[in-house]
Design a protein around this ligand. Structure first.
Ligand code: HEM
Length: 500
């Protein structure tokens, strides 16, 4: 007990001295430059106590007081929070070359083989190689199109299970159904098969995603890192090892299949990565740990983001039957009485496109994107920003700005996109659901395809209503902050058959 008290006093003293030296944060003014606005922080923790359970909302409120470029300190990390389209453009376009780095996270260390996954890695030639492989070999339009039949088969299984629910008059757990669908589509794309009874990959990925999304003191106050006060680093190590065992099994399976001439697996992403290992096209060596890290990029990048966007779209459609009817009519006009949509028909569904935009405006899957980090000292707008400053772009806040979106900003109103040429690709800085610039999402095409395809098929094949006589104002729309912005409760709904 006695030694604990001495230890606590020492920690507080170190923190206070550190705080006095770096008073008002390391991102404060250098001689001759203006200090960035921001609240006064506390010793050691800086502004961590201001984040709360829903940091995107807390930071949005703070930015209304301190402005669109606000300085904070998260533990010992100088941090800048960006909350207006103009500020986002400065960071992600004008000075993208300076802010394209990522900070180091314990999760990257233990879940991505020493930050070898693209999302965690520094901005360097290795990142460039992986990015190139991803866009030209793994997620190229041709590759994505070649897997359309697999998505159709998985979607078919979901539709059949929903028909059974209709026949039995059951309420369905849409969150659960969508999660399984997106997982199965993703496993199949990456490993060549959607189910594997040898292990529960879904459970491990879920646990890993929870850890990546949780706030780890070690990432913000490194000198406390070795104490692992929350036990997160220990759990990261355990989950990292469990994941590695499974990925190794898939690697062995694929090596075996390749030598036995099994062509079935030729088309999955792991097979593509293994062939690149044998016939390297990039300047960087692609070894087993790189391959495993890239697979995790795809899995973590694809699953929660697509799943949550589909769930939020369906939640909003359930709350807005007028919009649901309009989407159904639009699909019927294009697809007619056929049961299934073709992926090629999605580009004709303009209203569905607006519904997905409106969903991502109000419920961006990455509410604070992934933090960026500055690679050199820079002066922007007269403000001095030192090297290694963390940058948080408040995507959620960008979608809530009444100056940009008008007074009905909180309303789900897809028609606001009529006649506007705002698109998903990160050229319009008021709307950045997939980020922008060098670090923008490489899975944009696949993510949008998954979301539109599933939402369109769900509303084309079925009518939906809230369960148990629930009124619209009783539907829980609360969020949980994590790697992605998830619904806090599962979405339950009752399907009935619909003859298109
Ligand atoms: C609705 C679906 C999706 C949304 C809303 C979304 C959103 C985002 C956002 C906001 C970022 C951060 C951008 C930044 O930091 O500037 C990101 C990065 C990333 N996404 Fe996605 N994403 C989606 C689907 C996907 C899919 C399907 C994949 C892969 C198959 C993927 C893989 C990645 C990767 C690897 C990164 C990190 C890129 C880098 O650091 O260079 N995402 N995504």
């Amino acid at each position: 007990m006695h030694s604990n008290i001495i230890f606590a006093i020492v920690i507080v003293l170190i923190g206070t001295i550190w705080w006095l030296i770096h008073l008002r944060g390391a991102a404060s003014a250098k001689r001759g430059h203006r200090a960035l606005p921001g609240p006064i922080g506390l010793p050691i923790i800086g502004h961590l106590h201001l984040l709360g359970n829903l940091p995107h909302r807390s930071l949005y409120k703070l930015s209304q007081k301190y402005g669109p470029i606000m300085s904070l300190r998260l533990g010992t990390s100088p941090t800048i929070v960006v909350s207006s389209p103009a500020a986002a453009e400065l960071i992600l376009k004008t000075h993208d070359n300076v802010f394209a780095n990522r900070p180091e996270f314990q999760a990257g260390k233990y879940l991505s083989y020493g930050s070898k996954a693209m999302a965690f890695t520094k901005y360097n030639t290795y990142w460039r190689s992986v990015r190139k492989i991803t866009s030209t070999e793994l997620l190229s339009p041709a590759m994505i199109n070649s897997m359309a039949w697999q998505r159709r088969e998985e979607l078919g299984l979901l539709v059949e299970s929903l028909k059974k629910a209709v026949a039995a008059g059951d309420v369905v757990d849409l969150s659960q159904k969508v999660k399984h669908l997106i997982q199965d589509m993703t496993w199949r794309m990456v490993f060549g098969k959607s189910t594997d009874k040898r292990f529960d990959l879904s459970h491990i990925i879920h646990e890993a995603a929870k850890l990546v999304g949780s706030f780890n003191i070690a990432d913000c106050i490194p000198f406390l890192g070795s104490l692992d006060l929350q036990g997160i680093t220990r759990r990261l190590k355990v989950v990292g090892q469990e994941l590695d065992k499974i990925l190794e099994i898939y690697l062995d399976d694929h090596e075996g299949d390749a030598t036995n001439g099994n062509k079935e697996l030729d088309r999955d992403l792991l097979a593509v990565l293994l062939s690149l290992q044998k016939n390297p096209t990039s300047t960087h060596e692609i070894g087993p740990s790189h391959i495993k890290a890239i697979m995790l990029d795809i899995i973590f990048g694809a699953i929660d983001t697509s799943q949550t966007t589909i769930e939020w779209s369906m939640s909003e459609l359930l709350l807005h039957p007028r919009v649901m009817r309009l989407v159904q009519e639009e699909i019927k006009n294009v697809v007619g009485e056929r049961e299934y949509l073709e992926e090629s028909e999605l580009s004709k569904l303009e209203y569905l496109d607006m519904v997905v935009k409106e969903t991502l405006r109000l419920h961006p899957a990455g509410p604070l994107m992934i933090p960026h980090e500055s690679m050199e000292d820079i002066v922007i707008d007269g403000y001095y920003i030192p090297k290694k400053t963390r940058i948080i772009v408040n995507n959620w806040g960008l979608g809530r700005d009444p100056k940009v979106w008008s007074e009905n900003v909180d309303e789900f109103y897809p028609e606001r996109f009529i006649g506007s040429n705002i698109d998903f690709r990160g050229k319009d800085f008021q709307f950045l659901p997939f980020g922008s610039g060098r670090r923008g999402c490489p899975g944009l095409q696949l993510g949008l395809l998954n979301v539109k395809l599933v939402v369109a098929q769900l509303v084309h094949g079925f009518n939906w209503e809230l369960p148990f006589g629930m009124n619209a104002d009783e539907l829980d729309m609360d969020e949980i902050f994590g790697v992605s912005l998830l619904r806090s409760t599962h979405l339950l709904a009752k399907p009935t058959s619909r003859v298109p």
